[in-house]
Design a protein around this ligand. Structure first.
Ligand code: COA
Length: 332
């Protein structure tokens, strides 16, 4: 059996997303740090982002996105075999946020675990779910990318606080004989560059102490320029790889859904792939970078906007801390 045939039989039957109500605009940020709308817009393309309420958590946003995806799939939570939550902002270090989602949904027969691949998390979760389905282990899998990044942002650091937002996206994957679904996927990682994007505190290396809190190591730290360069190179290579694996050229792709981190990164990748501007879906001006939720929220909005129809090929590309990256080609 060819690699392509092995990947068949897994269909995405439902997609859903949720973003919190509260909007934080660039001019709101001008009141917090030394920045301005012009800098943020020209360097990133972001105009505003959503902030979760105090009583909203990664799990509660994940549940809202999941209920939409389950409704679209016409599937009851009790039919789920597995729930995977991709996140870097779990409700707590343990138990897994996926278990909190399982409880809230009433998914009584589902296994549940979290997956941590930062902004590449949704593509990693998609490949994990796809593998369980294609191997015949499970029939119905719920994958979620959800983040309350506002809880790990240093609101005194202008280099990072302007970039991120909160939200959640979910997809229902189901066994469907003959479905094309996921055509090809490439995942990658490079731990040599772990330090360029990290939250150093709170794990077993540097547990929380009075000093660690005073040293602000429980916040996200980033070397922006290094991340930028690695993101463009890795996402371009992964995208080319999955197009080659699936025997498709850029003209065969109806819609490219790149990780929504920075308009300049997205444009650079589009250019290297030879994509036309109208092939590339962008919504980062509204939400900023929502990490694991980013491509899931974008896919949901691209579908709702009517940009994607049955049979269209979609290229999803992501990159994040780890470093991690991934690309996947879907037939919708
Ligand atoms: N407002 C105003 N000025 C800011 C600023 C802000 N919010 N953030 C940084 N600056 C300043 C810097 O302090 C620096 O000033 P200096 O030259 O006096 O030191 C100047 O702007 C230029 O910073 P630089 O880092 O050269 O900007 P850049 O063109 O690389 O853009 C990023 C910065 C963060 C937007 C860009 O590097 C980036 O997008 N990186 C990738 C980030 C990302 O996507 N991360 C998540 C990946 S999953």
């Amino acid at each position: 059996m060819s690699k392509l045939n092995q990947l068949q039989g897994c269909a995405i039957t439902g997609i859903g997303s949720y973003v919190p109500e509260r909007v934080l605009s660039n001019s709101d940020l001008e009141k917090l740090v030394d920045t301005n709308d012009e800098w943020i817009t020209t360097r990133t393309g972001i105009k505003e982002r959503r902030m979760a309420a105090e009583n909203e958590f990664t799990s509660t946003m994940a549940v809202k996105a999941s209920l939409k995806a389950l409704t679209q799939a016409e599937l009851s939570p009790t039919d789920l075999d597995l729930i995977v939550v991709a996140t870097i902002t779990p409700d707590m270090p343990f138990p897994a946020t996926a278990c909190l989602v399982q409880q809230e949904l009433g998914a009584s027969k589902a296994a549940a675990f979290d997956l941590e691949a930062a902004c590449s998390g949704f593509i990693y979760a998609l490949e994990v779910g796809r593998a369980f389905i294609s191997s015949g282990v499970y029939q119905n899998v719920l994958i979620i990318g959800a983040e309350k990044l506002s809880s790990i942002i240093d609101w005194e650091d202008r280099n990072t606080c302007v970039l991120f937002g909160d939200g959640a996206g979910a997809a229902v994957l189901q066994r469907r004989d003959g479905a094309r679904g996921v055509l090809a996927t490439r995942l990658g990682s490079d731990g040599n560059k772990a330090e360029i994007l990290a939250m150093p505190g709170g794990g077993c290396r540097q547990p929380a102490t009075v000093d660690s809190v005073n040293d602000r190591i429980h916040f996200l730290k980033m070397e922006g320029k290094e991340v930028y360069k690695n993101a463009v190179t890795a996402m371009t290579a992964a995208a080319k790889d999955v197009m080659e694996q699936s025997g498709l050229s850029i003209d065969d792709i109806k819609c490219i859904i790149p990780h929504q981190a920075n308009q300049r990164i997205i444009s650079a990748i589009g250019e290297r792939l030879g994509a036309k501007e109208d092939q590339v879906f962008v919504n980062l001006q509204k939400y900023g970078n929502t990490s694991a939720a980013s491509v899931a929220v974008a896919l949901d909005e691209a579908l709702e906007s009517g940009k994607i129809e049955r049979g269209d090929r979609i290229l999803i590309i992501a990159f994040g801390a780890g470093l991690t990256w991934g690309a996947t080609v879907l037939e919708w």
